[in-house]
Design a protein around this ligand. Sequence first.
Ligand SMILES: *Cc1c(COP(=O)(O)O)cnc(C)c1O
Length: 401
Amino acid sequence: MKDMRSKARPGIPSSKRLEAIPPYLFARIDTLKQEARARGMDVIDLTVGDPDRPTPGHIIEELQQAALDVRNHHYPPYQGMLEFRRSVAGWYRRRFGVRLDPEREVLTLIGAKDGISHLFWALVDPGDIVLLPDPGYPVYQAQTVVAGGIPYYMPLLEKNGFLPDLRKIDPQVAKAAKLMCFCYPNNPTGAVADISFFRKVVRFARKHGTAVFNDLVYSELCYDGYRPGSLLQVEGAREVAIEFHSLSKTYNMTGWRIGAAVGNADILAHLLKIKANCDSSVFQAVQWAGVRALSSSQACVEENRKAFQERRDTLYRGVRDAGLVCQKPKATFYLWVKVPKGYDSFGFAEYLLRTTGVAVVPGAGFGPSGEGYVRMAFTVPKERLTEAARRIAKGLKKGRR
Ligand SMILES: *Cc1c(COP(=O)(O)O)cnc(C)c1O
């Protein structure tokens, strides 16, 4: 197969627009992972943001029941079932004290990624400026450039708690910016934002007429009693902002593909317009399972938090004992670890993988300000994290010449 492709035709070129997506920066790490496995190495993979734990049983049972109901075998409404949107609104009210109109201020998504990726097509014209977190979830940048927008990076620096300094944004850029993107609790740094930061964001956006989103998919993966807030808790936020939420990380449902966008009704109407021309929403049985997840006891979420908190503590302790520097995250399942002197982030990730079989993500893959860090996901069992830390400690000793 491979031979046939390389020998024969020159191949079919993609659109110019697709060429704007930067090369897949993690390809090199993927190759090294495969090579290490082929050599018989036991690879501990800390690269994936996909929990290994199963979806809670009551949610699976709801899907089973709903799948048998023939009324669910048809196209759902484009904006999602009202029952699901109501359950999202109910959850927001209980969790954040935010009241949403389920008819106009909630939109069902095929996971948060669906909404995030299409939002750029709904709001951004060629030449429009988009303010992006650096480092950030790579989809924000990719969809900005595919839509013809111009990325303007907001560096997330350790000395600022990995929050962007909005005063540093060039006034001309601020005035022209069409959309600004945030993700708190943050992937990849594990940082969190408080309501006073969100107030600054809303003030900035209203002053400049900029649309805003906060990617809130990690709101429930939080530790030590800390509970992240919502951007929509800020007064006036819904005049400019939406928020993305997802059942993926909260209920270990990454494969199910269900989430929601909530907030500003105009933005959601634009998003629905593009989506109605791309997809036909989420299988209704999955939406019913989502209703069950959001509306029933949240004991499973608490259990999940406990398990991830233990893992966080294990990896944090191990990584620190190995001599590496990082902060203990209050939320998410990521450790953002400083690269030791003498390496860049790709070099260090490569060194770790080759010598210890521990796979991590180089920070520079998330944007220029990610240089100097690697991301470790504690999405594997505790024993594996202990083993990973033991190997890293040994590998670092060897590396010290
Ligand atoms: C995992 C993740 C998503 C995607 O969530 P889905 O609901 O599974 O599409 C979006 N944003 C961030 C920052 C993520 O880490």
